[in-house]
Design a protein around this ligand. Structure first.
Ligand SMILES: [Mn+2]
Length: 331
């Protein structure tokens, strides 16, 4: 089937029937490349069609690869200014809580949710959820193409950036990912550059981030013959390397290539009595499900959640959970 013919009619109508209202385009707090690119590309496309759009995000834009986009987002919206005919589009959010303070917008407008997460709680009155989609930008591209348009150069650059972000520059594309590569090729034909996308994703890094990465690697603890790798970062580390930012993608990338690894856990001390936990799975273990049990979210192979407790205790608990999950899995 041609990828440009499979977007549901009602989704296309949501964008085709313009009306007088605005499209309020929302994503998740602590946005990533996929979220930012989806919001901006969709907004740019709708503006080309003559629609009014507002792109909203409460931030923070901490990740180095998206910091340059910060000023293209509004971080306030007077609730009283919501007009008749305004509608909301929410991208890359598996629950409405992920939106943060702008969640209230979705309670007052017609809301379309576009997402690719495997776990979550339904919201919005129109939903386009494709858990097989590699990124939300991929879905946005299909919508634009299904409406009979080509993403322009600016939109293509954004869409490629989002696709690269969520696929780890294509290294997570599974067998049978031909359609994904075709979609990327179309973006390249529209003027996007793989070289630029790579630099946007991995360039512009602080030396401090490299040094901190060194510590993260040295501290990695190995269990069950490397099948579980656990590492951590403390508040003190971030005081020592304040410019390091929060990108852990490279840490995961390096640890996920260790011989025998099944799952990687990265525990971060957020406050003296709360940690965040990031999980990456090679294949077998569904860490999205695991995270959901703790009120977090994510995908089958990548997820995260918060856990109260001191870092030593959280590390111990996580290890216990992973050992148990791994045992169940190998039975
Ligand atoms: Mn995404």
């Amino acid at each position: 089937m041609n990828s440009t013919t499979r977007v549901a009619r009602e989704i296309l109508e949501f964008f085709e029937t313009g009306g007088s209202g605005r499209y309020l385009i929302l994503g998740h707090k602590e946005p990533d490349g996929d979220c930012v690119a989806s919001q901006l590309a969709l907004s740019h496309f709708l503006k080309r069609l003559g629609r009014k759009t507002v792109v909203l995000s409460e931030g923070p834009f901490d990740r180095p690869e998206i910091s340059d986009y910060k000023n293209q987002f509004k971080d306030t919206l007077d609730k009283n200014t919501l007009k008749n005919g305004d509608r909301a589009v929410v991208v890359d959010c598996s629950t409405s809580d992920r939106i943060g303070e702008f969640k209230t917008v979705t309670e007052k407008c017609d809301t379309l949710v576009i997402d690719h997460h495997s776990s979550g709680r339904e919201f919005g009155n129109l939903r386009y959820i494709d858990t097989k989609a590699p990124s939300v930008t991929y879905i946005i591209q299909l919508i634009i193409e299904s409406m009979g348009y080509k993403p322009d150069k600016y939109e293509s650059e954004l869409l490629l950036f989002g696709l690269c972000t969520d696929t780890g520059f294509f290294r997570h594309v599974e067998k049978g990912g031909g359609e994904i590569m075709h979609a990327a090729a179309r973006l390249a034909e529209n003027g996007a550059s793989f070289k630029l996308a790579y630099r946007m994703m991995y360039g512009n890094r602080e030396l401090a981030a490299r040094k901190l990465l060194g510590w993260n690697l040295i501290r990695t603890e190995s269990y069950k013959g490397n099948s579980i790798l656990v590492t951590y970062e403390t508040l003190e580390d971030r005081e020592k390397y304040p410019e390091a930012g929060r990108g852990a993608d490279e840490l995961y990338r390096l640890l996920q290539m260790v011989k025998g690894v099944e799952v990687v856990a990265f525990v971060r001390e957020e406050t003296k009595d709360k940690c965040s936990v990031g999980l990456r799975s090679r294949e077998g273990i569904d860490v999205g499900k695991l995270a959901a049990q703790f009120g977090g979210g994510g995908h089958r192979l990548a997820s995260g959640f918060d856990m109260p407790g001191k870092i030593e205790d959280v590390k111990g608990k996580i290890l216990e959970i992973l050992v148990k999950t791994l045992r169940k899995h190998s039975l």
